[in-house]
Structure formats: structure tokens, C-alpha cells
Design a protein. Structure first.
Length: 145
């Protein structure tokens, strides 16, 4: 029962992370106003919390519940998936700092650096590969026989 609960929470956090990233991408414009900046900062906070929860629940699944940790650790697809998740976290730092910096802005026009939009699009692209790797990995693909 514990395994199913942790797995469900892991999936729920993944969906929250994906949803927040999609909303950020859709709401981002080359120029935003103060209200947009506040809302994007809130959405980015959801993204950050959900990323932390994905990591914590994933760590729990890896080390304590479900399949033995060796099943995951020895699989190169798992290592790639973990690397992509870490890269996703690193790429999200600059947009998060931009949203935090402008969340209390009072100006009507805040120019969004091109890098913020590009990084969010790269994050979305990386996010497409992680579930594919998880699907393959969970079926034992990548393990040496």
C-alpha cells in the first residue's frame, strides 16, 4: 500500500510540474505587466515545489519502496533520466530568479529576456523525454542481462 501511495504522489507531482511549466510557457510574452509578473512568480513557485516533490517521491521510490534500488541504479536509462531531471532543475534557475526579481514590480512594462522564454521551451522539450525513459526503464530495458 505504501508503494502505491508514494507512486501516486510521485505522478501527481509530475503532473503539477508539467502543468506549471506549460502555463509558464503559454503566459510568457516578450513584455509583461506587474500582474503578469506576480502570477508568473506564483506559477513558478508551484513549479519549484512540484519539482522538489517529484525528486523526494522519486528518491523514496528509488531507495526505500518498490523495486530494489539496484534495479534502477544499474540501468543507464535511469541515469540518463536522472541527469535530464537535474539539467531541467539547473535550466529553471535563471527563469525562477527573473520571476522572483519582478514579482513585486509596479511598472506596466517588464521586458522579458529572450533567454527566459528559450530556457522554458528547452525545459518543455526535456520534459518530453523523461517519461519515455521512465517507461522503458520500468520495463527493464537498458539492464544488461
Amino acid at each position: 500500500m505504501y508503494y502505491e501511495l508514494v507512486r501516486f504522489l510521485h505522478f501527481a507531482a509530475i503532473f503539477a510540474l508539467a502543468g506549471a511549466l506549460i502555463v509558464e510557457n503559454m503566459a510568457l510574452k516578450p513584455e509583461i505587466n506587474a500582474e503578469d509578473a506576480r502570477n508568473l512568480a506564483k506559477v513558478d513557485a508551484v513549479y519549484g515545489v512540484s519539482a522538489a516533490l517529484v525528486f523526494l517521491f522519486g528518491l523514496t521510490l528509488w531507495l526505500w519502496v518498490g523495486k530494489p534500488s539496484a534495479f534502477y541504479s544499474a540501468n543507464p536509462l535511469f541515469q540518463i533520466k536522472l541527469g535530464l531531471f537535474i539539467l531541467l532543475a539547473i535550466l529553471s534557475i535563471y527563469p525562477a530568479l527573473f520571476f522572483i526579481q519582478h514579482r513585486r514590480a509596479e511598472t506596466d512594462a517588464i521586458r522579458v529576456p529572450n533567454a527566459v522564454a528559450v530556457l522554458i521551451k528547452i525545459e518543455l522539450l526535456l520534459l518530453l523525454f523523461i517519461p519515455v525513459l521512465a517507461f522503458l526503464m520500468a520495463r527493464g530495458i537498458g539492464l544488461s542481462t
